[in-house]
Design a protein. Structure first.
Length: 317
């Protein structure tokens, strides 16, 4: 375990030295159980996260890079806070250095305020993201956003998970459960259209836990699909559960948003992204309004809860 911590420290020091040291910072969060999360204010991104396996060993569970240049060249905006603005879905804040507003051992808040005209917005956008690593072994991400000019808004994360502890190992044997009966069809820009399609008898039916690779060959190039959640207004209900039988790790996702985008980054993948989206329908089957007006405040929350005692539905024979 000491060797793992030493390796992570070396990687993070390397990253620090390759970012403008006067502007960029890395903040380490540690809970009472020894879990660690590393957050960078370059893109308000999660750089590293460890979680225990079945015998208590801490191992990495998210993908990350050693060098800043790798983050700049990665079109998937790995680990970053993603805020899409306007009809053109402009996203540039993942390449900005955010202000660290406050931090302690288990939480960090970051803020970015756009200038007039930035991201094609006539006014200013004020975005705050808070990462909290709780003693319940959960990573909480909270968003608060205001604007001085009307805009449409989409907020999510670019975190890529692999629960095996080996970031090069395939995820196709990991099991996925989703609280959904419908996909939300995507447009050419890969954003939800609010046109729902049933998942029953399709490769997109995860109402019972399935290995990710079980039917992935029936897709065009892996999963890149948005799912309308069955309990969109209830954060007490899990949106998804990911389980790796070999390590014993389970990750349960809770979200304030009604849609979850699942991206396996191809059909032969070593990582999966689970991105809540402010799209689709609420519990009353009313279309979600993703516009933001001056005077309004957008709030969003996502929780990634890690255990080694998976929910009964995820226990495999």
């Amino acid at each position: 375990m000491k060797q793992l911590h030493a390796l992570i420290t070396m990687v993070l020091l390397s990253l620090v030295m390759n970012i403008n040291a006067q502007e960029a910072r890395l903040v380490k969060l540690t809970n009472s159980n020894g879990m660690e999360a590393i957050v960078s204010n370059y893109g308000a991104r999660l750089v590293s996260l460890t979680a225990h396996n079945w015998n208590g060993r801490l191992e990495p569970v998210v993908k990350g890079y050693n060098q800043l240049e790798d983050y700049k060249q990665d079109s998937t905006t790995l680990g970053a806070t993603l805020i899409y603005i306007g009809k053109e879905h402009t996203e540039t804040l993942s390449s900005k250095v955010w202000e660290v507003v406050s931090s302690d051992n288990q939480s960090v808040s970051l803020r970015y305020i756009t200038t007039e005209g930035e991201n094609n917005l006539n006014g200013k956008l004020n975005a705050t993201v808070t990462y909290t690593l709780s003693d319940q072994n959960a990573l909480d991400i909270d968003y608060r956003i205001t604007t001085t000019a009307p805009t449409t808004l989409q907020v999510t994360n670019g975190i890529c998970f692999n629960l095996s502890g080996d970031m090069h190992r395939s995820i196709l044997k990991q099991h996925l459960w989703l609280d959904t009966h419908y996909t939300n069809k995507l447009d050419k820009g890969q954003f939800p259209t609010n046109e729902l399609q049933k998942t029953r008898l399709t490769p997109f039916d995860f109402t019972q836990p399935r290995e990710i690779g079980e039917r992935i060959k029936a897709t065009i190039n892996g999963y890149y699909h948005a799912f309308q959640l069955r309990h969109p207004d209830n954060m007490q209900k899990p949106a998804a559960i990911l389980f790796d039988a070999q390590s014993g790790r389970a990750m349960t996702i809770y979200s304030s948003e009604p849609t979850l985008l699942v991206n396996t980054h191809g059909a032969q993948s070593s990582g999966i992204t689970l991105q809540p989206l402010h799209a689709g329908y609420n519990s009353g089957m009313e279309k979600v309004d993703n516009s933001l007006q001056p005077g309004q405040v957008f709030y969003g929350a996502t929780v990634f809860l890690f255990t080694t005692d998976p929910p009964l539905i995820m226990k495999t024979k």
